[in-house]
Write a protein that binds this ligand. Structure first.
Ligand SMILES: O=C(O)CCCC[C@@H]1SC[C@@H]2NC(=O)N[C@@H]21
Ligand code: NA
Length: 582
């Protein structure tokens, strides 16, 4: 991109960005110096289980609404139209099921790591497998989240790339390490507000500069960006109501039902009711977040009518074009470009800090504490902080790796969730809904699920055949009579989608089905292996009906549940050993 076209920042913009980092830092310091001063893991990792539903719900949004969505969704809408908006239909069951199935089971166990459930239900091995899979998923996802805003900004504005990544990563690591989960949740609240404000500013200015609402509507309507209800049942069709509205439910369950970052927020709520309420409160905010990013894509389309600006942006993807659009809109309005940069980094920081903290929690609870039961609270807290710091640095390394991935960032993130989050969801479903599943079946199921998911995922990258054709690129085309446009569309679609067959068809499964498909693979294989290896029938499973396990008052008034108390809560009924199936 030639320097003359680069959009520059005024001093005000840099100041606003610095204020964002400073405010986040201040919140971190406040929680490092107040309350219990982060001296126990209960406080550092679980916020003393004292949180209310408002901060928890905003923090739940912030955890999986990163710069990837802020940049990737408008690029998606600009290129392919509003079909993606139907993922909003998945939020209904995608939040209702976590609120009434996953939260009751996990909250009553008074655990810190979601994967402790897997040991209680299956075995320590299954727990370790779940934890390692989660760590793998979040480390890659973190890299994408750190890299996205820095790369996009650098392409368009010359904003110092690695300096930004470093500044963001270090500030985030610091306040997460100093202030623990309380700081992470309250910075999430602050950053979510900044995130919405930034997107709203771009939309308002964009609409005003593109001739007003009616003009924008006319252009997006004639640019056939307003998608109808596409009920095409073909699972290889990238975005349809089924892949987004139904496949998206499994994506949501893998994130809002069993992902440690979200489970930890439910567990940090002061009561189970608060946790359920926070889950309900996510719904409107998530719909708002989705609407803002979709509308931003529509305004961008109305502004550029699908023209290709690669001459200005060089080879960079549509993602970078979103930043180009924002700078084009906000140029000359001092402070607004800075607000949008703050919005972008708020989205990134709030996701990364949640990832650090949840990674430190599971590493501590699942991988370290079981081997050092006698470790003192002080040492455990110090170690947790060291872990948060080291994950922070690892994340910077992952950012560089992202540099090497292709694809639109939204697609990369959603594929990661589908490929890795899907099998973990399958593991929890196997445990909660299938009493006759046993540990061997669980491990085998997870292994099969991950194998199949990477087979499809890698296969789809290698055989990138049906590269989805964007809709007609230009408004002018759309201004033709509808049947001409339809004729062009048909011609395009016939040529583009040379119907893949056999294995190629398998590879071209929509990535929005990865979560559901992999979840079912784990369950299916898990059940088959369980039947083959002799069934242990649980007379009752850890289900919502059960009362909470016994717990005792610690000396400092804290409520705790010791390991033996949890075990006493376990289905103590004797396992019934069946003859191994012939
Ligand atoms: O924004 C990201 O970091 C990842 C992309 C969005 C992840 C999923 S999509 C469904 C749900 N809605 C969100 O805003 N985030 C999650
Ligand atoms: Na975020």
């Amino acid at each position: 991109m030639d320097p003359s076209d680069q959009k520059h920042f005024t001093v005000v913009d840099y100041v606003i960005f610095a204020v964002l980092l400073a405010a986040s830092m201040a919140i971190g310091l406040y929680y490092a110096l107040s309350g219990g001063r982060q001296r126990t893991t209960q406080e550092f990792l679980m916020a003393d289980r004292s949180m209310g539903c408002l901060p928890v719900s905003l923090s739940l949004i912030a955890s999986f609404q990163s710069a990837v969505a802020i940049i990737g969704v408008p690029a998606e809408i600009y290129t392919h139209g509003t079909q993606y908006w139907f993922i909003g239909c998945a939020y209904i069951l995608g939040l209702f099921i976590p609120a009434h199935v996953f939260i009751p089971v996990l909250y009553r166990l008074r655990i810190s790591s979601a994967y402790q459930y897997l040991e209680l239900r299956f075995s320590k091995t299954v727990r370790i497998c779940g934890t390692l899979t989660f760590i793998f998923q979040m480390v890659i996802y973190m890299g994408v989240c750190v890299y996205t805003p820095a790369f996009a900004l650098n392409t368009v504005t010359g904003f110092e790339l690695w300096g930004t990544v470093l500044a963001t990563g270090l500030v985030c690591t610091l306040y997460t390490t100093l202030g623990g989960l309380k700081a992470v949740i309250w910075t999430d609240v602050f950053q979510t507000v900044v995130m919405f404000a930034g997107q709203l500013a771009v939309i308002v200015v964009g609409v005003l500069r593109t001739g007003g609402v009616s003009e924008v509507w006319r252009k997006v309507w004639e640019g056939n960006r307003i998608a109808g209800l596409d009920l095409n049942p073909d699972p290889t069709e990238r975005h349809t109501f089924w892949t987004l509205g139904v496949g998206g439910i499994f994506l949501m369950l893998s994130l809002y039902g069993v992902n440690q970052a979200q489970v930890q927020r439910y567990l940090s709520s002061r009561t189970e009711k608060e946790a359920v309420r926070s889950c309900y409160m996510v719904f409107p905010s998530l719909q708002l977040a989705l609407a803002l990013s979709c509308v931003m894509g529509l305004v961008m389309f109305a502004r550029y009518c699908g023209e290709d600006h690669s001459d200005k942006l060089g080879s960079s993807s549509r993602d970078a074009m979103v930043i180009y659009f924002v700078m084009d809109m906000l140029q000359g309005l001092p402070g607004l470009p800075g607000l949008f940069v703050a919005c972008l980094f708020s989205a990134a920081l709030s996701t990364i800090s949640s990832a650090f903290n949840s990674l430190a929690t599971v590493t501590m609870e699942d991988l370290i504490k079981p081997h050092f039961p006698a470790m003192t609270e002080a040492r455990a807290t110090l170690l947790s902080k060291a872990l948060a710091m080291s994950y922070g640095l690892l994340c910077l390394a992952m950012a560089y790796l992202t540099h090497l991935m292709g694809d639109s960032v939204l697609q990369v993130a959603l594929k990661i969730f589908g490929m890795v989050g899907g099998p973990i969801l399958g593991l929890f479903c196997l445990g909660m809904f299938f009493p006759w599943a046993n540990s061997i079946g669980a491990v085998a199921g997870l292994g099969a699920g991950l194998t199949v998911s990477f087979w499809i995922g890698v296969g789809s990258i290698v055989t990138r055949t049906s590269g989805v054709k964007p809709l007609p690129p230009d408004c002018r085309v759309a201004l033709l009579s509808n049947d001409t446009t339809a004729a062009i569309q048909t011609a395009l679609s016939d040529v583009a989608l040379s119907r893949p067959s056999g294995l190629k068809r398998f590879y071209s499964l929509s990535y929005m089905w990865y979560s559901g498909f992999n979840c079912f693979t784990v369950i299916l294989v898990g059940l088959i292996i369980s039947f083959m290896t002799g069934r242990k029938v649980l007379t009752h499973v850890l289900s919502p009906q059960r009362s909470s396990p016994p717990h005792h008052k610690e000396s400092n008034g804290q409520v705790g549940t010791s390991q033996e108390e949890t075990e006493s809560f376990l289905p103590e009924a004797p396992f019934v050993e069946y003859e191994t199936a012939v």
